[in-house]
Write a protein that binds this ligand. Structure first.
Ligand SMILES: NC(=O)c1ccc[n+]([C@@H]2O[C@H](COP(=O)([O-])OP(=O)(O)OC[C@H]3O[C@@H](n4cnc5c(N)ncnc54)[C@H](OP(=O)(O)O)[C@@H]3O)[C@@H](O)[C@H]2O)c1
Length: 310
């Protein structure tokens, strides 16, 4: 496993981070038991992962606590988050304190390394800065959290309007951003800004349905071609990326492409499958895609900022 510095936090983190949410939620979506889900986390530790991302709404903080039992706390970097309903901003401080106390209890720890305001839409950003950020600063001063973060609502903000505004304001030590081969807009809108401010970055959506399901990839690309956003011949738009000396699969291409994006620190991968976990960690730790393949992918999708990879 390769390790990198998470921007100005100085934390040394694995380049592959385990996402305890996403579509699979460690296997909970398909009915895996808490112990089976904790087994995925322990397997990730065995493979060198030291970064876990969870959230109040994922329902996996208790699983994180189970997996961490008996483990030295300083061997793992925990990221979690809380979503704030805009329609009920009555008591952000009380709600945040209550939520953090619950997260700490569920995870069996007395501090959280990286705490995010979760899935902030552009229209919610002012609320987050005015009402939530000051509470997080107090909690940081009290030692309950170490670093303050924000994650974007990528599905509703595919051009990163919230982060493009928020990163230069410099309130956030860490951000979570949607980025993948199909929608590389963060390479223009976000990473130059995080690099300028030495902000730590967590990449989500590196691999979604379009990469694990070739039919879905063809559909997404056909729609983009119809809109004249990309161009290609034949039925298999990304076939050039896979083969001897190139990527071993579209999933492999997806993770390796993200890993080598300048400014990207941790590539998150979420799964309920121990086999997928191992494959994905291997991909994230492989060398970059050949220059001609990565260059062609960058050129092909350079005008696309309207898909997520779902
Ligand atoms: N706004 C936010 O704050 C936000 C939003 C989304 C995600 N997140 C965080 O980011 C993490 C990563 O999320 P993500 O959106 O990138 O999705 P993800 O959680 O990495 O999910 C990837 C999906 O692809 C499948 N998959 C994984 N490896 C595969 C392989 N090798 N072959 C075939 N299928 C594979 C998984 O299903 P299997 O179980 O079958 O492997 C899973 O359903 C999440 O877990 C969560 O912690 C945050």
């Amino acid at each position: 496993m390769d390790y990198v510095k998470l921007g100005r936090t100085g934390l040394k983190v694995s380049v592959a981070g385990l996402g305890c949410g996403g579509p699979s939620r460690l296997g909970m979506r398909d009915g895996a038991s808490e112990e089976q889900c904790a087994g995925i986390i322990r397997r990730a530790f065995d493979l060198g992962v030291n970064f876990l991302d969870t959230a109040e709404v994922y329902g996996t903080e208790g699983v994180v606590g189970r997996a961490l039992k008996g483990m030295p706390r300083d061997k793992v970097v925990i990221s979690t988050k809380k979503k704030f309903p805009l329609d009920d901003p009555k008591d952000p401080e009380g709600e945040t304190r209550c939520s953090i106390e619950q997260s700490l209890r569920l995870m069996g720890t007395d501090y959280i390394d990286v705490y995010h305001v979760h899935g902030v839409e552009p229209s919610e950003y002012d609320f987050a800065v005015k009402n939530v950020l000051p509470v997080l600063v107090k909690l940081r001063d009290e030692g309950k959290i170490r670093f303050i973060a924000v994650s974007e609502a990528f599905v509703d903000d595919m051009t990163h309007r919230m982060l493009a505004r928020g990163v230069p304001e410099n309130h956030w030590d860490v951000i979570m951003v949607g980025f993948n081969i199909l929608n590389q807009s963060a390479a223009r809108a976000v990473f130059p800004k995080t690099l300028a401010k030495d902000v730590g970055t967590l990449v989500m959506f590196a691999e979604r349905k379009a990469f694990s399901n070739p039919k879905r990839l063809r559909e997404v690309c056909a729609e983009l071609k119809q809109k004249k956003l990309i161009d290609y011949d034949g039925d298999d738009p990304l076939a050039f990326a896979v083969g001897p000396g190139k990527a071993s699969s579209f999933v492999d291409a997806a993770y390796r492409f993200c890993r080598y994006q300048p400014g990207a620190h941790v590539i998150l991968t979420g799964t309920g499958s121990a086999e997928h976990l191992k494959q994905n960690i291997e991909s994230i730790n492989k060398p970059p895609l050949p220059d001609d393949v990565a260059g062609r992918l960058r050129e092909m999708f350079k005008r696309v900022d309207s898909v997520t990879g779902n």
